[in-house]
Design a protein around this ligand. Structure first.
Ligand SMILES: [Zn+2]
Ligand SMILES: [Zn+2]
Length: 351
């Protein structure tokens, strides 16, 4: 069965069954819990979207979908129901993303680390800006998404976590504290980050970015948030730029070896690896604003080293990574020598 291929008719039958049994019996019968992140709206009533979508499979595919058969993360049920022509709304707004907290934290900082009220013009402006960020899909937002009340509350969540605050902190989350500490540790850089996000959104430049999926970004540590990271990756993946960089290096008589570890794709993989190397944009995120990418901003880097650079912040330069690798190689070369010495000791005893 192809998951999610459900018809309007099947959904209506599932709704009818729900109405007939009542909510708790319907959920119990089909093993769904009372978790409602999205509700299906139909004729003025609200239904658990996942359970309805799952049960609708019964008519289209012969059996209902079990809760565990929904893939984790994003709620596909909402998308399926919409495709069948139904109205679905998100009940709870998505958690604040790092980019959003950066903008709020910057405002709190400029306000002397104090929270701001919902009627403050700066909070109203922030709320409008947050609603423009392309981070959360429209379907995941409800009518209160990042409204001035929510934005004001976040400024207090951040302000009451400041080390100098003497009182009980408001709720907030771990990410608020993380971003707050980023600001305290490197205020100038984080201010630039906040300004770059702001500019990028107002100018529409960051708006059109296809955001990388969470899986990829989970491997990376990006204190500067997803939006600037996506722009960074888009620059690195720009095929035209990569070609030019490679041509420039070859013209100077260089090779396409990794600037950090020396790995040469052609050397190892032969024709299959010929002409292959990745580009890393060496300008830090908080400095890389608008403007053209210069070839000198790009370093040739192998896929492994590239991952390792992005893995933890702050990102090492290719030269720094090279130094690290060389010092490790020195250490690694040293270990077998010691082991060999130990291994040969008994032999020398016998002699
Ligand atoms: Zn490398
Ligand atoms: Zn990179």
């Amino acid at each position: 069965m192809r998951k999610g291929a459900i018809t309007r008719d099947a959904v209506l039958k599932a709704i009818a069954e729900y109405e007939q049994l009542g909510r708790s019996e319907f959920l119990a019968k089909h093993n769904f819990c009372e978790a409602r992140s999205y509700v299906l709206l139909h004729e003025g009533r609200e239904y658990d979207s996942k359970a309805i979508a799952g049960v609708a499979h019964k008519w289209d595919h012969g059996r209902a979908l079990l809760p565990e058969e929904f893939s984790g993360g994003k709620d596909h049920a909402a998308a399926w129901l919409k495709r069948a022509g139904f109205h679905v709304k998100s009940v709870k707004n998505p958690d604040w993303a790092r980019d959003e907290i950066i903008l709020a934290c910057h405002l709190v900082m400029t306000n002397g680390w104090k929270g701001l009220d919902a009627n403050d013009p700066r909070v109203i402006e922030l709320s409008g800006l947050l609603q423009l960020l392309p981070i959360h899909a429209e379907a995941d937002r409800n009518e209160k998404f990042r409204n001035p009340n929510g934005a004001a509350r976040k400024t207090f969540d951040i302000a009451t976590r400041h080390p100098d605050y003497r009182g009980k902190p408001t709720k907030g989350g771990a990410l608020d504290v993380e971003v707050l500490h980023e600001f305290l540790a490197r205020p100038a850089e984080m201010t630039e980050v906040a300004q770059l996000i702001r500019q990028g959104i107002t100018a529409g430049d960051l708006q059109a970015l296809p955001l990388d999926d969470d899986e990829v970004l989970d491997d990376y540590s990006v204190p500067e948030g997803r939006l600037l990271m996506s722009r960074h990756k888009r620059r690195e993946r720009n095929k035209g730029l990569r070609k030019k960089k490679i041509a420039a290096v070859l013209k100077k008589g260089g090779t396409l070896a990794c600037e950090a570890c020396g790995f040469d794709f052609e050397g190892v993989y032969g024709d299959r690896g010929s002409g292959y190397i990745e580009c890393h944009h060496v300008v830090p995120l908080h400095e890389a604003g608008e403007g053209r990418t210069k070839l000198s901003d790009l370093a040739l880097i192998c896929a492994n080293c590239h991952r390792m650079i992005h893995r933890c912040a702050p990102w090492p330069t290719p030269r720094e990574l090279r130094t690290l690798i060389e010092s490790r190689r020195g250490a690694v070369a040293h270990i077998p020598a010691q082991r060999n010495a130990e291994a040969t000791e008994p032999a020398s005893d016998q002699a």
